[in-house]
Design a protein around this ligand. Structure first.
Ligand code: PEP
Ligand code: MG
Length: 324
């Protein structure tokens, strides 16, 4: 089967009934290997900027960040690169910026940290904008947003960075701006968020953890951490419908997108694109190339009538076996 998958990798991620699902990659460090995929993907759906920050010895300066970001943007140009602003806290600590808290996942995390330290965010945004100058394939994504004021504040800082650079003689284009849907509160604020952004990106890893109140890294409760929970699937269906109603693209960049059965369900829900770690691309592409959209939609309808994660998995496994 793996020979077969490899041979399919240059073929479009399209269902037998002609429905195209753009596949994107998640990146963090060296781009060399990932850029080899350029002809096979729609771009970078999530560049986790905290990864290079985590291996540094101090906050990288504007020039240094600009070099890192340019490598990504140039490497994948003209494809879009979605750069997420620093998402530290939770389980991602910087050695030179320790955060000690009793409940790190409910604490000072992502946008909460960078809005309290606008000087850190401003350096990052300026570096991203400068790196994209002349290439213009930058998309900016804000993580861990819980309410619209945070988003307003983040967008204000982005606009300030653009203005500052303009005053310095660097006329950068305003990138498209997106918000991560990973805190359950945002599920119910799609209209308000849509007024402020160009696209949505669902972080299913955190949305699962927060919707189910299950620490994503605690082995004791790992059996409860399940993206196939009917509540999460229901939320994803609503999110996709809301985004379509609001006329904004919605992608998903958590692990669920890299799972072939998850990818088929997301396709059936109408997600605009799926972003995953590079090693997941072949199996997801193979699944999409084997299953007509109409069949995936039928499966989704059946799944949405089930009550438990176990029932969902049982039916999914049965269908996936039939589709082998
Ligand atoms: C997510 O939460 O699903 C996500 C993509 O972000 P991260 O895994 O980096 O928290
Ligand atoms: Mg997340």
């Amino acid at each position: 089967l793996s020979d077969l998958l490899e041979h399919e990798q240059d073929l479009p991620s399209e269902t037998p009934d002609g429905y195209h699902v753009p596949l994107m990659v998640n990146t963090g460090l060296a781009v060399d290997a990932a850029t080899l995929l350029k002809s096979r993907i729609g771009g970078v759906g999530l560049y986790r900027t905290e990864v290079p920050f985590m291996i540094a010895e101090r906050f990288p300066g504007e020039k240094e960040q600009m070099r890192m970001y340019r490598e990504q943007l140039e490497g994948f140009a003209p494809l879009p690169v979605v750069m997420r602003t620093l998402d530290i806290g939770g389980d991602k600590d910087l050695p030179y910026f320790p955060i000690e808290e009793a409940n790190p996942f409910l604490g000072w995390r992502g946008m909460r940290v960078t809005l309290d330290h606008p000087e850190v965010l401003m350096v990052q945004l300026r570096a991203m904008l400068r790196a994209s100058h002349g290439i213009d394939n930058l998309y900016v994504l804000f993580p861990m947003i819980t309410n619209v004021e945070e988003l307003d504040e983040a967008v204000k800082l982005l606009d300030r960075a653009i203005l500052e650079l303009g005053e310095e003689g660097i006329a950068v284009r305003r990138p498209l701006v997106g918000v991560m849907i990973e805190v359950p509160a945002t599920i119910y604020q799609m209209d308000a968020l849509a007024k402020r952004v160009d696209f949505f990106s669902v972080g299913s890893n955190d949305l699962t953890q927060y919707l189910l109140a299950v620490d994503r890294n605690n082995p004791r409760v790992s059996s409860l951490y399940d993206a196939m929970h009917p509540a999460l699937l229901g939320a994803l269906v609503e999110l996709s419908q809301d985004a379509q109603r609001l006329g904004k693209p919605i992608s998903l960049c958590g692990e669920l997108a890299g799972d072939p059965s998850g990818a088929l369900l997301l396709m059936a829900m109408g997600f605009s694109s799926l972003s995953m770690n590079a090693p997941s691309l072949p199996k997801v592409r193979a699944a999409i190339r084997r299953v007509p959209l109409t069949d995936a939609k039928t499966l989704l309808r059946e799944i949405m009538a089930l009550d438990t994660p176990a029932q969902v998995r049982e039916l999914l496994n049965r269908r996936m076996d039939e589709w082998q």
